[in-house]
Design a binder for this molecule. Structure first.
Ligand SMILES: Nc1ccn([C@@H]2O[C@H](COP(=O)(O)OP(=O)(O)OP(=O)(O)O)[C@@H](O)[C@H]2O)c(=O)n1
Ligand SMILES: C[C@](O)(CO)[C@H](O)COP(=O)(O)O
Length: 215
């Protein structure tokens, strides 16, 4: 079985509102991920804020809607309670521009290696900054920016989560949880259009990209 957990329970503090429900061209941001994984035949779980559960349940009658939590890490944990086996792709609703070819490639590697993520090589020069001054330049040859979807064997991921909860550890993505408790995670080359809508500028960028795709 293949499941997509779409994380949409954030408060959008850097954006100024719950960006997952913001208008993006002719849809809301969350629609893009839900429709994408539905079209690919995934079992869908969406993590949402408690106050939005009814709205989201009505909008996506085919999906499983679960209440998120204070941290993305725990929102994903809540979603994982609905599944016990197979493969799960965990994807930020804030990343609305999904690419079929890349996701199929990611799935192949997850089936083969049990854990893989989309990531893109860093193309900027990286600086370590303290008190608004550069302390040193970070060697970027081996630096990648992790994206989502991130894919895993469900049974093994749930075991890692169990250990993290016991140790009271929280991770910013599931790959770092897997790295900590299980082993290294494979990288599948992502794509620069796979932006995470974090600020209002990103919403504008996503709209321009989608318009270009349409045209
Ligand atoms: N407790 C949380 C926090 C985030 N997310 C989701 O995880 C994705 C990536 O998180 P982020 O971009 O940080 O979203 P927010 O937490 O809403 O943003 P901010 O940190 O600016 O508040 C988003 O789709 C968000 O809805 C979630 O499901 N549960
Ligand atoms: C999961 C993620 O998108 C990988 O880059 C990122 O860690 C999410 O970070 P956020 O601060 O929760 O947006």
């Amino acid at each position: 079985m293949k499941t997509a957990i779409i994380t949409a329970a954030g408060s959008g503090s850097r954006f100024g509102s719950k960006k997952q429900f913001e208008k993006l061209n002719n849809k809301i941001v969350l629609d893009y991920s839900v429709e994408f994984f539905k079209e690919l035949g995934f079992n869908i779980i969406v993590t949402v804020p408690q106050e939005d559960i009814e709205f989201v349940k009505k909008r996506y009658k085919f999906a499983n809607i679960v209440q998120g939590s204070s941290e993305r890490f725990y929102s994903v944990y809540n979603g994982l309670q609905l599944i016990n086996e197979g493969i799960v792709l965990i994807h930020d609703a804030a990343r609305p521009i999904l690419d079929k070819e890349k996701v199929y490639k990611l799935l192949d590697i997850v089936y083969a290696k049990k854990a893989a993520i989309l990531a893109i090589k860093c193309t900027d020069t990286l600086k370590f900054v303290e008190n608004d001054f550069i302390k040193f330049t970070v060697k970027r040859d081996f630096i990648y920016c992790a994206q989502t979807p991130q894919g895993f064997d469900v049974k093994m991921l749930k075991k890692a989560y169990k250990m993290a909860l016991k140790d009271k550890l929280v991770f910013s993505d599931e790959a770092s949880l897997w790295e900590h408790y299980i082993s290294s995670v494979a990288i599948v080359e992502g794509y620069r259009y796979n932006i995470k809508i974090t600020t209002r500028q990103d919403l504008k960028l996503a709209s321009c990209i989608l318009n270009d795709f349409v045209l």
